[in-house]
Design a protein around this ligand. Sequence first.
Ligand code: FSX
Ligand code: SF4
Length: 358
Amino acid sequence: MKVTRRDFLKYCVGSAATLGLSGSLLGTLEKALATGGGPPIIWIAASNCTGCTVSLANRFSTSKPTDVADLFINTVNLAYHPNLMGAAGSLAVKNALNAENSGTFILAVEGGIPTAFEGRCCYVWNAIDPTTGRPRDWTAMEVVNRLAPKAHAILSIGTCASFGGMSGASPNPTGIRSVRALTGRSTINIPGCPSHPDWIVGTIAKLLAGTTVSLDSSRRPRDYFSSNVHSACPRNGQAWATTFGQQGLCLRDRGCKGPNTRSDCPTRKWNGGTNWCVGANALCIGCTESGFPDRFSPFFSSAGALPSDHDRTTQSCSSCHSPSELGGGSSSGGSGGTQQLPSGHPPTNGQSCTTCHG
Ligand code: FSX
Ligand code: SF4
C-alpha cells in the first residue's frame, strides 16, 4: 500500500498521543501543522480526563473537515495542543508563545482550572519567567490568566472548562473554576462531558469564517443547544420504563435528565451518528448543563430527574411538559391538558401505576 506524505502526516497527528511522537518528526510535523489558515489555536489542557480531546480525535465525517487531522492540518493553524501536536518540550512551548505574540489567536481550554494551593495542582509547561529571566513551571491558572486577555476568542471546551463540571464536583478540593469565572472574560462554552466533535469543529469553523456565534444564556452556541433533549427524544410520549433494559420506553422515572438538559444529541447522535445515550438504553445525565454533575445526582434516580413542583399524578408540571402537552395545542402525546397516560393509570390516586412509577 502506498502511503503518501499527507497520509503519513494525518496518521501521525491523529495518533501522536498513543505513539508518543517527538524528536525526529518535530520539524516535519511542526511545518505541516503551522501551514493551516486562520489565526493560530492555543489549546490548553487543565484539570480534565482528556475525554474532550479523545472525542474530537474520534471525529469522522463525510464533510470537510473529515477528521481531526484534516481539521488541524488543512483547516486551522494548531499552534499548541498537548496531546495532538507533533512537537514536544521547549519547541512546543515556543510555538505557543509565538502564537501568543502573533497578535491574534484563539484560546481553547479543556478542563477546569485549579485555583487552590496557588494553582499548583495543574502545571501545563515550563518556560522563561520574564521577571527573573529563568525557566520555571507555569500553572494552568497562570497560563490561562495570561493568555485570556490577549485572545481573539476563548473556547471553553467541555463542561469542566465551561462550568466546572466533573473536575469541580463537590467537595472540589482543588478549587476548580470555569474559564469565565477565573478570568472574567467572555467565553464561548462548548460543554458536554465530553463535548461533541461537531460542536467544537462547527464553532471553530464559524470563528475562522468571521461569523458571529450566537450564544444562549449559558454562553453555548445556539446551533447545538437551542432545544432540550426531551423535546426531540423518540421516547417522548412513550410509557415510562419500570426498570432498565425496556427497549423504547421513556427513562424519566429511572432518572433521565433529558427534560432539563439542552443539546441536540437525539438528532445528531455520537460516534459518527451511530447512537446516543438514550438510544443505547442509558439515560441522559445532564452533562451539558451548568451544575453537572452535582445538580443532577444521583444519576439513576427519579429523585434528581423531576423538578420539585412536578406532579407525578397529573403530569401537569410545566418544566417537563410543553404547553401543547398541557392543553395549549395539539401534540402526539397529550390531550385535554395532560400527557397521555397508559391505560390503567389511575389519574388521581397517587403514584400506583407501575408503568409510570417505580
Ligand atoms: Fe471534563 Fe473534558 Fe468531561 Fe473529560 O475536556 S467535560 S471530565 S469528558 O475531558 O474536561
Ligand atoms: Fe427521552 Fe429521557 Fe425525555 Fe424520556 S425523559 S422522553 S427517555 S429524554
